[in-house]
Design a protein around this ligand. Structure first.
Ligand SMILES: [Zn+2]
Length: 308
């Protein structure tokens, strides 16, 4: 199996410095952010995965824009921020101006988590005309039960595991069972088990360096170090990079405040694309990632990261 690069984007409503949503609610991160990224990805043969929050699915112009994307150029999936969708929505919407998303789905009662995931999935299916395959939990707040729910709802892939990170003792991934894609346990999302779902962990090293070209997270050099570490320690090497659509629009996210910040962020993203291209990675959507026994060698269909 060739080395694999997966680009995953959490698609959010515009937000301020601490993820509090814009007021009035706006969606420039969808229209501008994704347009800019699609252009760059096209030049490098990268096919990103857009994991969409319920706070975006209420906005008809955002949905229209996402529906207009060529399905061969990207994958659309879901991303649960549970305060925006029932049952028991903290923010009933559809106007999500000035909301403060803090919830993690692993803290809900099991049936509530299932129902929120079902509502999100049904909403996506109604709006886009097909069922989603791929998912990421908001604030990475997933657990074994989440995997069980996703399986029941027809998903094939999850990317909620952030190896080595412990999120406030609520979602604890500090003892990852696998850094390469695996079938997780529905008892413990961190370890291998009997689920049919494929877990694709975000690429993070034991030193907590992320493959995340965001200011405050990783410079291009640090991204390169993460890639070096994964190539040395993880076989088959599957890199999973993540950031948010809103990071590409000044002042609509906690990290990039000015046009210059966004320009630098885009420059880092392009640098990362060049590294994976030079090293012979293939770009895969999440739904295409397979679990491969490290002892076997297989080839898969993917798109070579091409030269622009
Ligand atoms: Zn999110």
């Amino acid at each position: 199996m060739k080395k694999t690069f997966v680009l995953t984007i959490d698609v959010e409503i515009d937000a301020g410095r601490k993820w509090k949503t814009s007021n009035p609610a706006s969606y420039e991160g969808v229209h501008q952010g994704i347009s800019i990224l699609q252009d760059l990805c096209r030049n490098y043969g990268i096919r990103p995965v857009y994991l969409i929050s319920p706070a975006v699915l209420v906005d008809s112009s955002s949905v229209e824009f996402l529906r207009s994307l060529d399905p061969s150029s990207c994958e659309l999936g879901t991303h649960l921020h549970g305060e925006y969708i029932g049952p028991h929505a903290t923010y009933p919407g559809p106007d999500f101006s000035g909301c403060d998303p803090q919830e993690m789905q692993c803290q809900y009662d099991k049936d509530i988590e299932y129902q929120k995931l079902k509502n999100l999935t049904d909403t996506f299916t109604t709006l886009f005309g097909y069922a989603p395959s791929s998912f990421r939990a908001g604030r990475f707040g997933a657990r074994g039960w989440t995997i069980h729910c996703l399986e029941q709802l027809g998903y094939t892939h999850d990317s909620s595991v952030t190896p080595y990170r412990n999120w406030h003792g609520i979602a604890d991934f500090s003892k990852p069972g696998s850094l390469t894609p695996y079938h997780p346990s529905t008892e413990n999302i961190c370890v291998k088990g009997a689920s049919s779902l494929v877990e694709v962990p975000v690429s993070i090293t034991p030193e907590l360096e992320w493959l995340r070209p965001t200011p405050k997270f990783s410079t291009l050099d640090q991204c390169r170090k993460v890639i070096d570490w994964y190539e040395t320690h993880v076989h088959p090497t599957v890199l999973c990079c993540m950031f948010h659509n809103v990071e590409l629009v000044p002042g609509k996210n906690p990290y990039c405040h000015t046009a210059e910040d966004c320009r630098q962020m885009l420059h880092r993203i392009e640098g990362l694309f060049q590294v994976v291209q030079q090293r012979g990675y293939q770009s895969h959507m999440l739904k295409e990632v397979m679990v491969v026994d490290p002892s076997s060698i297989q080839t898969t269909q993917g798109h070579a990261c091409k030269r622009s």
